[in-house]
Design a protein around this ligand. Structure first.
Ligand SMILES: Cc1cc2nc3c(=O)[nH]c(=O)nc-3n(C[C@H](O)[C@H](O)[C@H](O)COP(=O)(O)OP(=O)(O)OC[C@H]3O[C@@H](n4cnc5c(N)ncnc54)[C@H](O)[C@@H]3O)c2cc1C
Length: 233
């Protein structure tokens, strides 16, 4: 792992949200072979490469939610996302998190402006609907201006000597934050099931889909299992 500033995307990052957000794979521990070795630990034999029987075993473990062998494969991601997406993400308690604190720094403040505004769904209070005929240009411009105004106010508070930990309260929920999240494969698959779903908010769904792209080279047979069920990985 090369040294880098936490707010800078890793080399292999995937851009999301029209290039305003990103996610990168910082590190991982283990492989698909680790999973099948863990599942067969009682037999005392270690394999170093996957064969056909191992793929069948791996698919059996996923299918039957025999999750503990999957927990031996662990990923660390670096995520740059709006504050309101971080709120949804951090509800997943089985991840470990660390984040740049606005109590320490006021540099590099960025804000998300949605690339497209969606309309409120009429039947589901939590959901939105795509509306291609929605003329959102001036509203998106207002959101951008509102974000900047909150930043100006924040800077004014700092100039007047207000502490960062209180001043940050005026920044909009569109503020971009950067955090590291570490999770094992079993809990990650649960996250992907919930967050790459048509019930999830479009913004977090983009991150879930990016995670699939990032981990597919490490777990090609896991990806193949879900692809066989009609999912896009
Ligand atoms: C579409 C959608 C809409 C949502 N809407 C709302 C909402 O309106 N309001 C709201 O508050 N939340 C909402 N959530 C968040 C949701 O309730 C969960 O908090 C979030 O999805 C994390 O899921 P999880 O607890 O399964 O994941 P994790 O926290 O990663 O946990 C994974 C699994 O570990 C087990 N587990 C973890 N911690 C415990 C524990 N303390 N006790 C027992 N078992 C545990 C459970 O089996 C759990 O499923 C929504 C989520 C989605 C996907």
């Amino acid at each position: 792992m090369s040294s880098q500033h936490l707010n800078v995307p890793p080399e292999n990052h995937v851009k999301v949200l029209d290039g305003q957000g990103w996610i990168g794979l910082i590190d991982h521990l283990g492989s698909e072979t680790t999973i099948v070795n863990a599942a067969r630990v009682s037999f005392g034999k270690l394999k170093s490469a996957m064969d056909e029987k191992d793929v069948i075993l791996l698919h059996y473990l996923i299918e039957n939610r025999h999750t503990s062998p999957l927990e031996h494969l662990v990923f660390t991601f670096s995520v740059h996302c709006p504050l309101f997406i971080r709120g949804q993400w951090h509800r997943h308690r089985t991840w470990s998190y660390n984040e740049i604190s606005r109590r320490y720094t006021e540099i590099d403040l960025e804000f998300y402006t949605p690339p497209v505004l969606r309309k409120q769904a009429e039947t589901n209070r939590q959901a939105s609907v795509d509306s291609p005929d929605f003329d959102d240009t001036s509203l998106r411009e207002e959101i951008r201006a509102h974000n900047l105004k909150s930043l100006e106010f924040y800077n004014r508070l700092l100039e007047r000597g207000v502490c960062r930990e209180q001043a940050r309260g005026v920044l909009t929920q569109n503020m971009m934050v950067t955090f590291w999240g570490t999770v094992n494969l079993s809990n990650l698959l649960h996250f992907l099931e919930l967050r790459d779903s048509e019930h999830a908010q479009w913004e977090i769904r983009q991150y879930a889909q990016a995670i699939k792209k990032l981990i597919k080279p490490i777990v090609p047979h896991v990806a193949a299992y879900y692809e066989a069920k009609g999912q896009v990985w």
